[in-house]
Design a protein around this ligand. Sequence first.
Ligand SMILES: *[C@@H]1O[C@H](CO)[C@@H](O)[C@H](O)[C@H]1NC(C)=O
Ligand SMILES: *[C@@H]1O[C@H](CO)[C@@H](O)[C@H](O)[C@H]1NC(C)=O
Length: 491
Amino acid sequence: MAFSFISFPLFSSSLFLAALIFTLLRRTRKKHTFQLPPGNTGLPLIGESLRMITAYRSGNPEPFVDDRLCRHGGRLFTTHLFGELTVFSADPEFNQLVLAGEGRTFESSYPSSISTLLGRRSLVLMKGSLHKRMHSLTLTRFASAGVIRSSLLPGIDHLIRLNLRSWGESVRLLDQAKKIAFELTVEQLMSEKPGEWTDYLSRHYNALTDGFFSVPLPSFLCLNAYGRAIKARKKVAESLMELVKSRKERKMREIVCKTETRKKDMVDELLEAEEGFTEEEMVDFLLALLVSGHETTPAMMTLVVKFLTDNPSALDLVKEEQVGIRERKKGVQEALEWSDYKTMPFTQCVINETLRVGNIISGVFRRTVADVHYKGYKIPKGCKVFASFRAVHLDENYFEDARTFNPWRWLGNTSKDSGKLSAGAPTFTPFGGGQRLCPGYELGRVEVSVFLHYLVTCFSWEVAEKDKLVFFPTTRMLKGYPIHVQRHRSL
Ligand SMILES: *[C@@H]1O[C@H](CO)[C@@H](O)[C@H](O)[C@H]1NC(C)=O
Ligand SMILES: *[C@@H]1O[C@H](CO)[C@@H](O)[C@H](O)[C@H]1NC(C)=O
């Protein structure tokens, strides 16, 4: 998981700050003896953050990056975001260096407000060999194609149908998608079925994730979303702690009585890990994995429906493809299988195109851990870098008619498209890459595909309220995409 953009306190007009700005201004000047990419660092503390936030809150943020690329030439520029000098990259080759240089030349870097909420033992914040091991454990035990096919898919199918069956005539799609994705993650990680406990946890997660994207004011001004998020984190951590403790006891009993027959989940893996994690560490780890299940997959589900609604000819083709799959099944209620997932090529094009245009993860923040030389620039050690995936995905140099939703481009009959390489670097990186490639990339795709299958084969819908796609603080539909639905077929 990564964060689109993280806000920073934007105070103004106090004497103290004037003094601080003055000091920072002098410091910034000094840094400029390095050959940083060209740029306008703006006012140091506030910098260009306000301009960027304004742009990304509008439906069309591209001019912010376009103007700067155009003004300075080249694909890198220096700016001043969230209180720090930041090299902004719209360059697929540089982005590739950033992703591949993890741990050697670059490391992930998030503000302390984020570490406080996520905990040090989250995948996002872990470093070095422990990160490697936990990343691979997450991927192989919990999200790989093999695991999805052999054990997760029936659960995904069942839970999505269960949820869709309960829909009334109007739903806020984002809320429903969040509920589905959260219940799925809880079941996959800790084998807990949806119920009171997951509802309780989910409520606190809403407060927790709201806090990531709020202005982290100091705790004495706790009446804001960040303060609520800190409180919610405590509640969530307590619940997860109870779960870990009871699972630990059960495990002891099972060892004594030799009755272990259940399928292993993430909690088992953590309990058995040779590192001997403490209970707090396990809670941190689980808590953070649940955040990703709570934010990214639901955004994908909502956006895919939004783009299809706006593009009826694409929707017709998806419908045709999914109805075809349904008709080949014997029983009406028969669950989707891996082979079905593998035979929905146009739906996969739609998902790719949604990821390319939607940019749920717009890029990643990193910090250089060594001086970095690139195309004549010298970026000093300790410098903040933002590798923008969005800027590459929406660039005419790499995708034809880049700012238009066109799922057909993925059929591969245009010269530029389909995430082709630019001088050896991938231009389509919706899930990041390198050691920090999002481990849930396949799982997310499968969940969205199954969701779409039942949505288009059983329902028709129309937009209930005009809504708007915004990109700050996260990529989402401002009102959560309210729709009226009509069911045509039972699930
Ligand atoms: C979608 O993108 C992935 C890269 O994330 C690529 O491997 C896959 O081939 C693409 N799918 C289609 C249908 O082009
Ligand atoms: C690609 O080919 C398909 C038919 O195979 C066509 O419908 C589609 O319009 C083409 N896409 C582009 C972008 O040329």
